[in-house]
Write a new protein. Structure first.
Length: 383
């Protein structure tokens, strides 16, 4: 598959240890699509064109029967942009789609898969975790998948205290992935697996959306020679934000106590004016999530997670860029600056989702941005 100048694409596959695919398979690769998300499972789709070269192919297409593409074969994709190699996917094959054709060379095989966290979603369990706080539970679950190169990065949330076994024993009902996502959701956290930094290694992140670190180079629109994106549109959802107000029963005192939260604790802030300030009293008010066996402090922490999660989707932006023009890969789960769209929508955003679209001679990325409100905090962003 011819790719743009300055870009290299490496594909490794295998049942146990992934190896570079043979030249015949590489030549048959027609396109690749890889999606990264900071709150959901990531995935990939590879499209191969099939043909029959000689009599040995009459029995079956070589690629269709190849051992490398068996279900749950591991797939690692490495993209090198301007001499900087980056692992963009480490996952397993979960689906085949075979499309034979009457036209020579037009038959296709489409291979679909998910990131390596799919291996955490294959077995439903009932597991007790006596005297363990939720951060320790997340670490323990992730550590059990070290054979897939997973390294846990777990950020303990506020109010995450080990429960006394005489009062409450945390119990998992479902797959490991479902339980990790459920625990993350309570605190307004995210759980995802990021590939790299080297092939075969992955970072399993369980914590708040990552707003720290140096922002990625700015996405620039309508700025002459500095323009590096093809399109961008924004949406403001006035029904996304919510506050929490209600009563919970403290397990220690057995009394009902008020729980009220009306501000975000996401730090650092990305917008000058959050939806809570913009909309004033016109903000949805919801009741605390009824989770039994909590103290008032724990219930308040869970309520704060509800507010933070709601504000993450107030302002969203969707767009597309050319990797060659941008000069590097835009990454999900990190911040990026936007400029050229006016003060209301310029500034910093969290990159929630990125889709790589790799075709013959072209490499593009579609992206989704998000933040809690309007207005740039600073007059300039990193160019």
């Amino acid at each position: 598959m011819p790719i743009p100048l300055g870009v290299q694409f490496t594909l490794l596959m295998g049942q146990t240890v992934p190896v570079p695919i043979p030249a015949s398979m590489s030549n048959a690769l027609d396109s690749a699509e890889i999606t990264h998300s900071d709150g959901e499972r990531s995935g990939f789709q590879l499209t191969f064109k099939l043909g029959r070269a000689d009599a040995s192919d009459l029995r079956d297409y070589d690629l269709v029967s190849a051992a490398l593409i068996k279900p749950f074969s591991r797939v690692i994709l490495v993209v090198t942009v301007n001499a900087r190699p980056q692992v963009v996917m480490d996952g397993a094959i979960t689906h085949h789609q075979f499309m034979p054709s009457n036209q020579p060379g037009e038959s296709k095989l489409i291979i679909t898969g998910e990131d390596i966290s799919v291996m955490m979603d294959l077995e439903e369990k009932v597991v007790a975790y006596p005297a363990l706080p939720e951060a320790a539970i997340a670490t323990k679950i992730i550590a059990s998948y070290a054979r897939y190169g997973l390294t846990p990065k777990v950020i303990p949330p506020t109010g995450d205290l080990p429960p006394l076994p005489t009062e409450r024993i945390p119990v998992q009902h479902g797959t490991d992935l479902e339980h990790l996502q459920e625990l993350a959701k309570r605190h307004g956290y995210v759980f995802y697996v990021a590939p790299g930094p080297i092939p075969g290694a992955n970072v399993a992140y369980w914590g708040p959306p990552n707003r720290l670190g140096v922002p990625q180079p700015a996405l620039s629109l309508d700025m002459g020679s500095s323009t590096n994106i093809e399109s961008l549109r924004f949406e403001y959802d006035s029904l996304a934000a919510s506050t929490v107000n209600g009563q919970v029963q403290d397990r220690k005192t057995n009394r009902s106590n008020p729980v009220e939260t009306k501000r975000s604790t996401r730090l650092p802030a990305l917008a000058k004016r959050s939806a809570l300030k913009i909309q004033g009293r016109h903000v949805r008010q919801v009741l605390p999530t009824p989770i039994a066996g909590l103290t008032r402090g724990q219930a308040k922490a869970f309520a704060q997670g509800t507010i933070n999660r709601s504000l993450d989707q107030v302002v969203t932006g969707e767009g597309e860029l050319s990797v060659v023009r941008y000069g590097q890969l835009l990454k999900a789960g990190q911040t990026v600056g936007v400029r050229g769209c006016g003060n209301s929508y310029d500034g910093l955003y969290l990159v929630k989702k990125v889709t790589h679209l790799i075709q013959s001679g072209d490499y593009r990325q579609q992206f989704t941005l998000a933040r809690e409100g309007l207005g740039a905090l600073m007059p300039v962003v990193r160019p």
